[in-house]
Design a binder for this molecule. Structure first.
Ligand SMILES: NC(=O)C1=CN([C@@H]2O[C@H](COP(=O)(O)OP(=O)(O)OC[C@H]3O[C@@H](n4cnc5c(N)ncnc54)[C@H](OP(=O)(O)O)[C@@H]3O)[C@@H](O)[C@H]2O)C=CC1
Ligand SMILES: CC(C)=CCC[C@@H](C)[C@H]1CC=C2C3=C(CC[C@@]21C)[C@@]1(C)CC[C@H](O)C(C)(C)[C@@H]1CC3
Length: 435
């Protein structure tokens, strides 16, 4: 998607002057319906085909063990705990002190103010969970392992209800709509998100959901797996410790550098609909914790050399991910600051500059490459007995390739011929010398 498509906007002009909407995800029906049915099904399937009773993805239905005996699909208790969890994060976000930051300039020239308490929500939640879960042991985190499926159902149900509320609320007067989510096609707009930054007063629902309950919840699920293994074996294995530490670093990084989310595509461009609500609240916590759940059911050992290799891979991935994201953020904040002043750039017709040296001279989405290397480091501790724990690496690779295409398309529209010039200088999309 590097060639500039002259005059192309998000939609094509019709004879009556109106814009014909442009649909992503294979049109208004197939993609949205497939994803809305398919992604929850994938979440359940990962438990169905891989659990304590076996892990048999490739052998076909005859070999699937099904849910562990006694699994309930839905319980009122799990729903109450899930809703309680969301409310707890809302409460902490409202009462804890945080920094106030401005978002990017919106289409209506406003800049929203965001209260950022991510690292405080994280620290306080973790302190309470560690105290009651591991020190006094009054809180059974292993309950999460036993109630994984009903908790997942609660998250799926909550995501659908939230998306319906968001969609209905987007029709009120004055709501600022997302460019791509206002096609007039109900199903598609519900799926992709109609309103750009839905808020209740100054409480920003999209920013909150993207970072707080889902990301912190993911780590709490990991801690549940850790406690379960401790109960089962009397100790915690090195692979599980590594996985929890890697996930923890990723979540901490996102919350510590919370301000950086304000310039990402999700916040600046995408509406808040089913895709993000489900992605944030169900998909991330329940599928990203897969390796930890797998290691409880299939404990592994690792040689010292393997541990060193995996830690080195994680460190390399993190260096690229953090280095490139921070370099771009610093440049976008103030291109004259010492750390980025010497970077080579090209100036686009809009006056905005694009970096063509440093991290961003190596590949157009070198940050995705770093993230993907980290994904490998999260999966490798699971060994090679089964493919299922490698689900994350495969899914994430596909997501990043698709995201690169979407972002390339958006940049081609934004920067026109200058984007072609940029692509001619920085030739690789994600993986240097390969892709
Ligand atoms: N774990 C997960 O599930 C996911 C993780 N991520 C991670 O989130 C992070 C952010 O990703 P994402 O929001 O997709 O995209 P990016 O952080 O890559 O941002 C893309 C934007 O950066 C700007 N840009 C692109 N190239 C240049 C350049 N050469 N110089 C200056 N600015 C440039 C453009 O915006 P402009 O010019 O307008 O500033 C472009 O639209 C990534 O590290 C990704 O790996 C993303 C999705 C899922
Ligand atoms: C398959 C499906 C449901 C797709 C929806 C995609 C979402 C899961 C992802 C879209 C962008 C995301 C980001 C993160 C998590 C996954 C989602 C929500 C992120 C919060 C992870 C932590 C990173 O440090 C990040 C803050 C850069 C990142 C932002 C994008």
């Amino acid at each position: 998607m590097c060639k500039h498509q002259a005059g192309k906007s998000t939609g094509t002009k019709l004879a009556n002057g109106e814009e014909k909407p442009e649909f992503e995800f294979m049109g208004p029906w197939i993609g949205p319906l497939g994803i809305m049915a398919g992604l929850p099904a994938v979440c359940y399937a990962l438990v169905y085909i891989c659990n304590g009773e076996g892990c048999s993805a490739l052998l076909g239905p005859a070999a699937w063990h099904g849910f562990p005996a006694g699994t309930k699909l839905f319980t009122a208790e799990a729903l109450a705990i899930f809703v309680g969890w969301i409310l707890l994060q809302v409460l902490l976000h409202l009462v804890l002190p945080g920094s106030m930051e401005e978002g990017v300039v919106l289409a209506d020239k406003r800049r929203l103010q965001y209260k950022l308490t991510g690292s405080r929500n994280f620290a306080l939640t973790l302190a309470v969970v560690a105290y009651f879960g591991f020190y006094t042991q009054q809180l059974s985190l292993a309950w999460i392992y036993d109630n994984f499926v009903p908790l997942l159902s609660a998250a799926v149900l909550f995501s659908f209800v939230l998306s319906a509320c968001l969609y209905a609320a987007s029709f009120r007067r004055g709501a600022l709509l997302a460019k791509g989510g206002n096609t007039g096609h109900h199903l598609y707009d519900f799926f992709i998100g109609r309103e750009l930054n839905p808020r209740i007063g100054s409480f920003d629902l999209k920013e909150f959901c993207e970072l707080y309950p889902g990301l912190i919840g993911w780590l709490i699920i990991d801690l549940g797996m850790l406690q379960k293994q401790w109960q089962d074996l009397g100790y915690v294995t090195t692979p599980l410790l590594l996985v929890c530490a890697f996930h923890g670093l990723y979540v901490l990084d996102a919350l510590w550098l919370e301000k950086a989310i304000l310039t990402t595509m999700d916040i600046t461009t995408d509406g808040f609909g089913f895709m993000l609500a489900f992605g944030d609240l169900a998909w991330v916590p329940f599928t990203y914790s897969l390796q930890a759940r797998y290691l409880v059911d299939h404990p592994k050992t690792l040689s010292s050399a393997a541990v060193v290799g995996i830690v080195a891979l994680k460190a390399l991935g993190y260096l690229i991910f953090r280095g490139s994201n921070s370099q771009k953020n610093a440049f976008r904040q103030d291109p004259e600051q010492p750390s980025v002043r010497r970077l080579k750039t090209i100036t686009t017709a809009s006056g905005r500059r694009l970096i063509v040296s440093g991290w961003w001279g190596i590949a157009r989405h070198i940050n995705y490459f770093g993230d993907w290397l980290m994904a490998w480091a999260w999966c490798l501790p699971c060994g090679f007995d089964h493919m299922v724990p490698y689900f994350y690496v495969i899914y994430f690779g596909a997501l990043l390739v698709h995201r690169d295409l979407r972002d390339g398309h958006a940049c081609a529209l934004k920067y026109g011929k200058d984007w072609d010039r940029y692509c001619a200088i920085v030739k690789y999309r994600i993986v240097p010398l390969v892709y």
